[in-house]
Design a protein around this ligand. Structure first.
Ligand SMILES: NC(=O)c1ccc[n+]([C@@H]2O[C@H](COP(=O)([O-])OP(=O)(O)OC[C@H]3O[C@@H](n4cnc5c(N)ncnc54)[C@H](OP(=O)(O)O)[C@@H]3O)[C@@H](O)[C@H]2O)c1
Length: 322
């Protein structure tokens, strides 16, 4: 139980904050992209990366919100190096535009934190005709990572510093359909269950990191790829259901009890910053983290190497179609 704050082998616990897990780490000279940096966990991820000296590129769909957040971080940390760039993950055209602008900027890239996500909306299709959670949480990040990988490889080579790709998954992967990922039924509206589809997209994050890590190791590239569960954090993620939506009067009382059980955002950003920056994680790749400690995914499909390979091929076909 997170409130007891038992420390794991890393010396950190579910109560550790993003500042605590990065204390003493100098990220000067590192460049990081954070997707979904305008809300929730992404906000503190950006702030603490900047606090430690990294140059942060906020990849956001709402540029105005991104600029406001940049200003507020600059008020707190005048030396912060932050850029804001537009990225709509549910649209492959937007992801391609972002990647080509990033590459054209000639910025290096040491750290990619694929953090953005949506949870449990009613069924709909992305502009590319893919179920929206799978499109946003997995396919958009898969394409983004694919397009930025050469930049990351070049940066790792030239800087002689390990590159790190961080996939923000969820313990919600346990609620996925029994098969983990229904590769043959991604767009099946009749059998759509919003929570199971969220779980499916989060299994995809775990398997994406696993297969990417395997490929990077095989290639001998100095880049790691890991996934994680950030904890149960009070953010806007539940905007599509009644859990934290105080507008539904009948749920208000229950919601405030649940809310008090959730962790704060400064704790929610801890695990991804631990995985992105901490020296203890050097050379660790293809793993799953929780509470700033090494952990294991909770279901067989989320550990299935064969499914990871199938997902890779399936995703490659998807991104090549558009
Ligand atoms: N909070 C939790 O308890 C919890 C638990 C497990 C896992 N997670 C994971 O943690 C990550 C961050 O979630 P959060 O809790 O911080 O949620 P949040 O407060 O809702 O933030 C999500 C971020 O993703 C962005 N986003 C959503 N759809 C996008 C799209 N199509 N293109 C670009 N950006 C998009 C949002 O942008 P806008 O601001 O423009 O909407 C927002 O910045 C997610 O991957 C989530 O699955 C969270």
């Amino acid at each position: 139980m997170w409130i007891f704050g038992w420390k794991g082998p890393s010396g950190f616990s579910a109560r550790s904050t993003a500042e605590e897990v990065t204390e003493g780490i100098d990220a000067t000279g590192l460049t990081a992209i954070v997707t979904g940096a305008t809300s929730g966990i992404g906000v503190d991820t950006t702030r603490v990366l900047a606090l430690r000296g990294a140059h942060v590129v906020m990849a956001v769909r709402n540029v105005e919100a991104g600029k406001k957040l940049k200003e507020s971080i600059l008020n707190e940390i005048p030396s912060a190096k932050i850029d804001v760039m537009q990225l709509e993950l549910s649209s492959m055209a937007s992801v391609r535009k972002f990647a080509s602008e990033y590459i054209a900027s000639c910025l290096p890239l040491n750290i990619l934190i694929n953090n953005a996500g949506i949870m449990a909306p009613p069924f709909s299709l992305s502009p590319d005709g893919i179920e929206l959670q799978f499109a946003t949480n997995h396919v958009g990040h898969f394409l983004l990572t694919h397009l930025l990988l050469d930049t990351m490889k070049k940066t790792a080579r030239e800087s002689n510093r390990e590159g790190r790709i961080v996939l923000v998954s969820s313990d919600g992967h346990k609620f996925a359909y029994n098969e983990g990922i229904r590769l043959d039924k991604i767009n099946n509206e009749a059998e759509y269950n919003c929570y199971r589809a969220y779980g499916q997209s989060k299994v995809a994050n775990i398997l994406h990191a696993k297969e990417l890590a395997r490929r990077l190791k095989e290639e001998g590239v100095n880049i790691t790829a890991n996934s994680l569960h950030p904890g149960e954090i009070a953010t806007n993620l539940a905007r599509n259901n009644g859990l934290l939506n105080g507008n539904i009067y009948a749920h208000q009382c229950l919601d405030s009890i649940k809310l008090s059980m959730l962790r704060r955002v400064i704790q929610g950003a801890a695990t991804q910053l631990y995985v992105a920056l901490h020296p203890q994680v050097k050379g660790v790749s293809g793993e799953f983290f929780k509470d700033s400690n090494l952990s294991k995914p909770g279901t067989a499909p989320a550990q299935d190497e064969e499914l990871a390979k199938q997902l890779w091929d399936f995703s490659m076909k998807m991104i090549k179609k558009q």
